[in-house]
Structures are given as C-alpha cells and as structure tokens.
Design a protein. Structure first.
Length: 239
C-alpha cells in the first residue's frame, strides 16, 4: 500500500491535506480515486489508514480512518558525518534513514572540502526513504557546524563511536563493552581526521574508537558499515 509522510496531526476523522506534489502523485501517477486507501504517518501519532475523501482540480483531501500502528521511535543513535561530495552525501542520508538513524548531523573538519549543501534535497531523500522502508518517523538533518563546536557542546552522558581509520579494536568487540543508551557515530572526511582532531577524539572519556576493518572505506560506505555494526550490537535488529 502507498505510504506518505504528511506532518499534520492525525486522529480519527481528521482531514489531511497532502502537498500539491503529493496530490499529483496520488491521483495522476498512482491513479487513486475517492474512497481508495493509503497509509499516512507524521512521526508522532503512529501510522494511519487514510482514504481519499475528495479529488479537487488542484490537489486532493484525505480522511484519517483508522490507526494501524502505534508510534515507534528508532534507537537513539545519530550519524555525524563530515561533509562530502553531493553523490556520496545523498547516498549516506538515504541508507542511514533505511538503517534507522534518528538524526543526521553534518560537520566540517580540518580536511573537509567546501561543498554546497542543499538541505531541502537531503530532507526529500530522507522522507522518501522513510516512506519506502516502513519506519514511522523521518530523521532530522542538522546543518553543518565545525567539529570542534560539536564536541564543545557534546553531552558527556552520550557515547560517541569514533570510526578511526588508523586502527582500533573491532566495532563488534568494542561496542558491547561501552554500553550506553544514546549514541553518536562519527565518520570523517575524505583524507581522514587531522592529527589534532584524532588526538582530541581519543582523549574524550565518552568516545569509543573502533576499526571498521582492514580496508580504507569511502565516507558513505563507512557510514553504512558503522550503522550496521552498531545496530547489530546495540540497536533494534532483534525487535
């Protein structure tokens, strides 16, 4: 069944207005008519079976009929990704959403190359990925900030998985020993972290340095690998 993310309140009998683009998709691409059903979620009120109430000249209206799933949030893990080029950045956002990350934070490091970031495009990718994968929320994407600023404001009760390309214990060994409920997963830029950045990260009491294996991974591949390893050890894959 078609699933749409519509950030409007959902309750029994509520009228729901898709965007014009969503309405075109429903009525012109998927050929839905009045009375046809689809699933809608907003990240707060669970997943609802809605029906097309009316097809208008411009857009359509839906009616929320029945909640079919209660709201479930993914594990409290966020991806902290050094800004990379457009294609790998978009890939990382798509796959991180599929893997259940709750938030994506973009950072600038000493070796980050200047890039134009279209947050609207990344938000669209995250929404489409959430719709396709069955999750009931969309990860927040936070605008880029310097790595030092992020670490200065870090909550020390939150663990940080530092993916160290120079070595470290295997993630599957190190993560279970570290414990902790809330986590961040830090992925560096092309060229890796600078010596000063690495020294600071290794000194942080809440950071766990891990290796992602014997091969040097691209940033987008490292993000997917790290999230999969974290999910396998501390996440919700046994749900």
């Amino acid at each position: 069944m078609i699933r749409l993310y519509i950030p409007q309140p959902l309750a029994a009998g509520a009228a729901v207005a898709p965007t014009l683009d969503q309405s075109r998709y429903l009525t012109q691409v998927m050929r839905l008519k009045a009375g046809d059903d689809l699933l809608v979620f907003n990240g707060r009120d669970g997943e609802w079976r809605c029906s097309v109430a009316e097809v208008l000249k411009r857009g359509c209206l839906l009616k929320a009929d029945e909640r079919v799933r209660d709201q479930i949030l993914p594990p409290d893990v966020e991806l902290i990704l050094a800004v990379v080029k457009k294609s790998p950045l978009e890939f990382a956002v798509e796959k991180a959403t599929e893997l259940g990350v709750r938030r994506i934070r973009l950072v600038r490091t000493a070796r980050t190359q200047p890039q134009t970031i279209r947050l609207d495009r990344l938000d669209t990718i995250a929404v489409e990925s959430a719709e396709q994968t069955g999750r009931m929320d969309v990860p927040e994407i936070v605008v880029s900030e310097p790595l030092d600023a992020l670490l200065d404001g870090w909550d020390p009760d939150r663990r940080l998985m530092f993916c160290d390309e120079t070595g470290g214990p295997p993630a599957l060994t190190a993560l279970p020993k570290a414990g902790g409920a809330g986590w961040g997963i830090l992925i560096g830029p092309e060229g890796g972290f600078s010596p000063d950045e690495r020294e600071r990260l290794l000194a942080l009491p809440y950071a766990t340095a891990v290796s992602l294996g014997p091969r040097v991974l691209r940033a987008d591949t490292a993000a997917v690998t790290a999230l999969a390893l974290w999910q396998a050890t501390l996440g919700d894959w046994e749900r």
